[in-house]
Design a protein around this ligand. Structure first.
Ligand SMILES: Cc1cc2nc3c(=O)[nH]c(=O)nc-3n(C[C@H](O)[C@H](O)[C@H](O)COP(=O)(O)OP(=O)(O)OC[C@H]3O[C@@H](n4cnc5c(N)ncnc54)[C@H](O)[C@@H]3O)c2cc1C
Length: 472
C-alpha cells in the first residue's frame, strides 16, 4: 500500500486507531533495544541440522519474519530465521548503488499516527520526511502543465466515479472488476487521460492491482492509520536492521519443503534440514502461488482456494540519478497523463529529501508487469522520453536502477490485492494455522492492513503471540 491519496482514502476507508497494537510494538521496540548487537546473519551456513527440536523456525527475514522472531525471543523462545536471499528485509530493500539510499521496495510509513512502524523508526533513530500528495505538478501527454484547478476538478470527478462504483457494487449480486464497473457506468471515462492517470497513480499504485482484475467490491475495504505519510531519506532498512539485531538468521537458505509432523516440523532447504517444534511461514503470496515450496502434506483446500483468489500485483520502480536537476526541484511529485495506463505516470523527486539529483518513477498495473520483460536500456529510453515531454529537455542519467518484483523468485510480485470474488475470509484463510505446527504471517495474511509494512509487521507479532499461547 504505497500511497495514501486523500481522494479515496477519505472516501471509503476507516481511520481506526489501534492503540493496543501500537503499544505492543512499543514493547517490542524496547526489547530490541536491549538485545546485543551481535548478528549471526553475515555468513550462509552449510548443511545444518537444528540442534534444538524445541526451537521455532521462522521462514523469511522480511519484516513479518523479523517481527515474529523478535517477539518469540522476547517471550523466551529460541528462534532461528531461514532466509533465501543474501540480505534481510525482503520487500524492504534499500539500494545504495546510486550513491544515495534508494528504497526499491517499500518507501513510506502510511499514516504514521498510531502506526506500529513509527516507534520502531524512532527507536532506530531513522530520519523521516513528510511527503504531501498535494505537492504535485501534473503534465499532459504533450508536456503542458495542467492547471491545478483542472487537476482538482478532475479529482472531484474521480471521487464521484468511486462513489458510483461503490453504489453499483452494492446493487450487484456478483463482484466485477473496477474496469468493468467503470464500463457499466460510462465507458468514456476509461478514455479520459486524466481519469486514467488517477486510476493508475492512485488506485493501481495503492492496491498493486490492475483495474482490469481488481475487485470493485473489495478494492478499498481495508483500513489505514491517520497522518501524512513519511519516508526515510536514509533508507527504510534502518527499521529492518533494528529488528534483525540479536537474532539468529541464516542467509542463503532457500526453503524447498515444509513438513509438519506429530512431533514438530522439518524444514528442508538447499543447504540441509532444520527441525523445530513449529514454524512461522512468511513466504510471500507470489511464492505460494508459484508453488516454489512443497508442503507435505499439501495445504488445505480453503487455503489453496484463497491463494488463487487473492492476487499478487506488480508495482515496479525505476530510479535515475542525473548530473544535474532539470526539473522543478521543490516539487515532490510529478504526474504525467501517459497514453498507456501505468506507463511511468508518476515521479517522486528524491532531490527534495536527499542531496542527489534523482527521480524515482513507477510502472503500475498491467504496465508494471509488462516492463519486466524489457531491457534496462529500453526502460531507460522510455522514461527519458517521458521526462523530455514533460520538461522539454533531459540530461543523460549517470546511473539507473530497475526493480522486477514479479520475476523475483523470492517474491513473485509486489503486494497482494483482492481479485474479483475475493473476500475478507480469503485473507483469513491464508492466516489459518495447520495442526498447531505451521503458523502463517506476511502482508497477505491480514485483510485490514494488507499490502503494507505495518500489516506485515503486525502479522509477525500476531503469530508469535499465537505460539506463546500454545507452547509458552
Ligand atoms: C515496490 C514496492 C513498494 C512498496 N511500497 C510500500 C510502502 O511505501 N509502504 C508500505 O507500507 N508498504 C509498501 N510495500 C509493501 C511492503 O513492502 C510489504 O507489504 C512488506 O514489506 C511485506 O513484508 P513480508 O514480511 O510479508 O514479506 P517479504 O518482505 O517479502 O518477506 C518474505 C521473505 O521470505 C523470503 N523468502 C521467499 N522465498 C523463500 C524461500 N523459498 N526460502 C526462504 N526464504 C524465502 C524472501 O526473500 C523475503 O525476505 C511495497 C512493496 C513493493 C514491492
Amino acid at each position: 500500500m504505497p500511497f495514501n491519496h486523500p481522494s479515496f482514502s477519505q472516501q471509503r476507508r476507516q481511520f481506526l486507531k489501534y492503540g493496543l497494537l501500537a503499544s505492543a510494538s512499543l514493547a517490542l521496540a524496547s526489547s530490541c533495544h536491549s538485545e546485543s548487537q551481535s548478528e549471526e546473519s553475515a555468513t550462509p551456513t552449510t548443511t545444518t541440522q537444528a540442534e534444538s527440536p524445541s526451537q521455532v523456525i521462522v521462514i523469511g527475514a522480511g519484516i513479518a519474519g523479523l517481527a515474529a522472531a523478535q517477539q518469540l525471543k522476547a517471550d523466551g523462545f529460541e528462534a532461528i530465521v531461514l532466509e533465501a536471499r543474501d540480505r534481510v528485509g525482503g520487500r524492504i530493500w534499500t539500494d545504495r548503488s546510486l550513491g544515495v539510499p534508494i528504497d526499491m521496495g517499500a518507501s513510506w510509513i502510511h499514516g504514521p499516527e498510531d502506526n506500529p512502524i513509527t516507534p520502531l523508526a524512532a527507536k532506530a533513530r531513522a530520519r523521516t520526511f513528510v511527503t504531501q500528495d498535494a505537492n504535485e505538478a501534473v503534465y499532459d501527454v504533450s508536456g503542458r502543465l495542467i492547471p491545478k484547478s483542472v487537476v482538482s476538478q478532475s479529482e472531484e470527478h474521480y471521487n464521484a466515479l468511486l462513489k458510483q462504483i461503490a453504489e453499483l457494487t452494492d446493487a450487484e449480486d456478483q463482484d466485477i472488476s473496477i474496469a468493468e464497473a467503470i464500463r457499466r457506468i460510462d465507458a468514456a471515462e476509461l478514455q479520459d487521460l486524466l481519469i486514467q492517470y488517477q486510476l493508475a497513480a492512485y488506485m493501481e499504485f495503492e492496491t498493486g492491482g490492475p483495474i482490469e482484475k481488481l475487485s470493485a467490491r473489495s478494492w478499498a475495504d481495508d483500513r489505514s492509520f491517520a497522518g501524512e505519510d513519511v519516508l526515510f531519506p536514509n533508507g527504510y532498512d534502518a527499521v529492518i536492521n533494528l529488528l534483525a539485531k540479536g537474532l539468529t538468521i541464516k542467509l542463503g537458505q532457500v526453503v524447498t519443503q515444509i513438513a509438519p509432523t506429530n512431533a514438530g516440523v522439518t524444514v528442508t532447504t538447499n543447504q540441509g534440514s532444520f527441525t523445530g517444534q513449529c514454524a512461522v511461514v512468511t513466504l510471500p503470496l507470489g511464492v505460494l502461488k508459484q508453488k516454489r515450496v512443497t508442503f507435505n502434506p499439501g495445504l488445505p483446500a480453503p487455503m489453496m482456494a484463497a491463494i488463487d483468489r487473492i492476487e499478487m500485483g506488480t508495482v515496479n520502480k525505476v530510479a535515475l540519478r542525473f548530473p544535474k536537476a532539470f526539473w522543478e526541484t521543490e516539487v515532490q511529485f510529478f504526474g504525467f497523463t501517459s497514453q498507456t495506463k501505468g506507463k511511468y505516470p508518476y515521479f517522486l523527486n528524491a532531490h527534495t529529501f536527499t542531496a542527489a539529483n534523482a527521480l524515482v518513477t513507477f510502472g503500475l498495473g498491467n504496465y508494471g508487469l509488462a516492463m519486466e520483460s524489457q531491457s534496462n536500456q529500453q526502460i531507460e529510453a522510455d522514461v527519458l522520453e517521458t521526462l523530455k515531454t514533460m520538461f522539454g529537455k533531459v540530461e543523460q542519467p549517470e546511473a539507473v536502477l530497475v526493480s522486477r518484483w514479479t520475476a523475483d523468485p523470492f517474491t513473485g510480485g509486489s503486494y497482494s490485492y483482492p481479485g474479483v470474488g475475493a473476500t475478507p475470509e480469503d485473507f483469513a484463510a491464508l492466516a489459518e494455522p495447520i495442526a498447531d505446527r505451521l503458523f502463517f504471517a506476511g502482508e497477505h495474511t491480514i485483510h485490514q492492513y494488507r499490502a503494507s509494512v505495518h500489516g506485515a509487521y503486525l502479522t509477525g507479532i500476531r503469530e508469535a503471540r499465537h505460539i506463546k499461547d500454545l507452547y509458552g
